[in-house]
Write a protein that binds this ligand. Sequence first.
Ligand SMILES: Nc1ncnc2c1ncn2[C@@H]1O[C@H](COP(=O)(O)OP(=O)(O)OP(=O)(O)O)[C@@H](O)[C@H]1O
Ligand SMILES: O=C(O)c1ccc[n+]([C@@H]2O[C@H](COP(=O)([O-])O)[C@@H](O)[C@H]2O)c1
Length: 213
Amino acid sequence: MDSLVDFSKEPGVKVQTEEDHRGRGKQIGIMGGTFNPVHIAHLVAAEQAMTKLHLDEVWFIPDNIPPHKDAPIKISARDRATMLDLATRENPRFRVKLLELFRGGVSYTIDTMRYLTKKAPENTYYLIMGSDQVNSFHKWKDADELAKLCTLVGIRRPGYPQDPHYSMIWVDAPDIRLSSTYIRRAVATGTSIRYLVPDPVRKYIEEKGLYRD
Ligand SMILES: Nc1ncnc2c1ncn2[C@@H]1O[C@H](COP(=O)(O)OP(=O)(O)OP(=O)(O)O)[C@@H](O)[C@H]1O
Ligand SMILES: O=C(O)c1ccc[n+]([C@@H]2O[C@H](COP(=O)([O-])O)[C@@H](O)[C@H]2O)c1
């Protein structure tokens, strides 16, 4: 097993090996977010979790209305989803799933995981979260049930010390101090976002004039 996966402090969590995975359903990483817009830290977190945990795919699921965010989302769901598609297109194991946008309303992760585990119970699901989300996970809707439906995977995020209330796997990934908030502010103040988002996303933001005010 890859020594960069730190599971030593989590005796309750069994890290799967490639051997364990053979002949069963798929191992799917779930990366939920508002992605307003998607940035490189989202992609690095997903890729690191996918490769270090031997997952088959990562599904990026943009939320419709995020449960715990107060600030309004000023761009359309279509723009968020299009940028996600542009950002993930060249990775054959990244998929964008729009089920939360189609479902509408507030996007509770428990609703998504109940749906997925019922639709494809042969798969194993890994919920990938930055440490900001890990720290508040216990306040999520039906968190106990959610933790039973999937394996929780934490990615350290600079500025958010690890404070988990549930057993989880921590995947060691490079610290990237970046947020969608930073990207939105940078665009609004005329600061470059080149290299902070994939280039097709940067061009889309420029061409559509997103985040200028
Ligand atoms: N820099 C980062 N390092 C690790 N994880 C991150 C990072 N940025 C976001 N994430 C994780 O990605 C997921 C989706 O995050 P989200 O779309 O809310 O992005 P964000 O950058 O936190 O956005 P905003 O600044 O608008 O709040 C969450 O699990 C979050 O913890
Ligand atoms: O289900 C919940 O109660 C819940 C509470 C907070 C966040 N989430 C999910 O966590 C993911 C990241 O959220 P956010 O607000 O950082 O974009 C996104 O998929 C949200 O739907 C889910």
